[in-house]
Ligand binder design. Structure first.
Ligand SMILES: Cc1ncc(COP(=O)(O)O)c(C=O)c1O
Length: 434
């Protein structure tokens, strides 16, 4: 090429959650059976969509209007419904104009960071859901700026570290919160959210709060939506139907803008995101059309509760399998459907292995872990995959120096789930002793 065509942030775009699938598929071809515990897609793990929900969707499919474009911000009646639900809580008050639909939150995330001035930074948690940290880093053409989620304290944000990161990085304009969190499964108590909002107010920042798992909270924990605690700080809350309904294939999520008129610069920034969507025309019409009907259906609450109680039960099975193992730090997940396990400092080396019977599989794993600089947790994850077929994601791929892995709680069969976690426990022990 006569001129460099590669974006300055191109190197920041990685998504190990899906990369590892390529490796798993190759191993499957070589005869290795695989338990996919890497992707947060309930449908892929066999979630049955109830008939009443399918009927709502199929009725909508019979209406011509669902085949058309919808307004750029989204279907008006749905935005009115969402705004009324938010306002009922008595916190931030919004109307339909403060809501903007996207083709999934993935689309929202890339626009929110993509239309932020290159030199303005948003602090992201470490570890961090990669779509956020990669998009933020790519927009700046630099490594993500992070604040610590503390594995020694329920994976809660380290507020001192957060304040230091704000204070010593004048480029910081915003803070990202993911609550409940992916990849840790942490649920933040309301007082922590209030403290973060207070920091934003003090340092004149805006907040982005990803609440895609907002209703998936268990083990007796509770939290608040950002709208309850935001006061007069400019903010964006992100919601969607991928995890809750669950309908990830619909590509449907939205943002709610709080205090959009309180700061002229923030207002201009929000307008630029809206303009970007306008250039694109609009987001998917069908899922927006059915959303209010689905969540108001008399059986919706019961359906969601059944799933949540399963995640609660399975979070405890997973925790009990791993909590007493030497060399790892484990927190019981209390929300979403992920668990992050981290190895103690120095527990992993470049020499550890798990025995793999199949020669071809072993050779493949060896070739994958041989390059200089392969993270030690990636090495563990590949050996686990090769030796047992359990596919998890290295924690180091979630914008953190911590070494460990993220595993999902989505397997529906309790016997298989137990077996997977027993296998992980035995493998960790064997690996660390090898
Ligand atoms: C925290 C978080 N936000 C956003 C998303 C993406 O959601 P969507 O399917 O709406 O793009 C995910 C998907 O795993 C997620 O975990």
């Amino acid at each position: 090429m006569r001129t460099d065509i590669v974006h300055i942030g191109a190197g920041e775009l990685t998504y190990e959650i899906r990369n590892i699938v390529n490796v798993g598929m190759k191993l499957q071809k070589l005869g290795r059976t695989t338990n996919w515990e890497n992707i947060g897609d309930p449908i892929m793990k066999g979630e049955e969509i109830p008939l009443w929900m399918k009927e709502i969707v199929s009725d909508a499919v019979m209406q011509n209007s669902t085949y058309g474009y919808c307004p750029t911000k989204g279907v008006l009646s749905t935005r009115e419904y969402i705004a009324a639900e938010t306002n009922k809580r008595g916190g931030a008050q919004i109307d339909a104009e403060d809501i903007l639909f996207f083709n999934g939150l993935g689309d929202a995330i890339s626009k929110i960071f993509g239309f932020l001035k290159r030199t303005a930074r948003v602090l992201v948690p470490t570890p961090s859901y990669t779509t956020h940290s990669s998009a933020e880093a790519a927009h700046a053409g630099d490594k993500p700026l992070t604040y610590i989620l503390d594995p020694n304290h329920h994976w809660y944000p380290d507020l001192d570290d957060l304040e230091k990161s704000i204070k010593y990085n004048p480029a910081v304009a915003g803070i990202l919160i993911i609550n409940p969190d992916n990849p840790t499964g942490a649920v933040y108590p309301t007082h922590i959210l209030k403290s973060i909002v207070e920091l934003a107010r003090r340092y004149d920042l805006f907040i982005v709060c990803d609440e895609v798992y907002h209703h998936i909270v268990y083990n007796g924990t509770s939290t608040s939506p950002l709208s309850d605690v935001i006061g007069d700080v400019p903010a964006i809350a992100m919601r969607g139907i991928s995890k809750e309904m669950p309908w990830p294939g619909s590509r449907c999520g939205w943002i709610e803008v709080y205090n959009g008129d309180k700061d002229p610069m923030f207002a201009k920034y929000i307008q630029s995101i809206l303009n970007a969507k306008m250039v694109e025309v609009c987001s998917t019409t069908l899922p927006q059309t059915v959303y209010p009907q689905v969540v108001q259906h008399p059986k919706y609450k019961e359906y969601l509760e059944e799933r949540i109680s399963r995640y609660e039960k399975f979070s405890n099975i997973a925790y009990d399998c791993l909590k007493d193992l030497k060399g790892v730090l484990v927190n019981r997940p209390n929300g979403a459907f992920y668990m992050s396990v981290c190895f103690e400092d120095g527990a992993l080396t470049h020499d550890q292995i798990l025995p793999i019977d199949n020669n071809e599989v072993r050779e493949m794993v060896e070739s994958l872990v041989s390059p200089e600089g392969t993270n030690v947790d990636k090495r563990f994850v590949y050996y686990l995959l090769g030796a047992s077929g359990v596919c998890v994601v290295p924690l180091s791929s979630f914008a953190t120096d911590l070494q460990g892995f993220r595993v999902t709680l989505l397997e529906r069969d309790e016997d298989i789930f137990r077996k997977v976690f027993e296998t992980i426990a035995v493998s960790i022990k064997k690996y660390l002793e090898s």
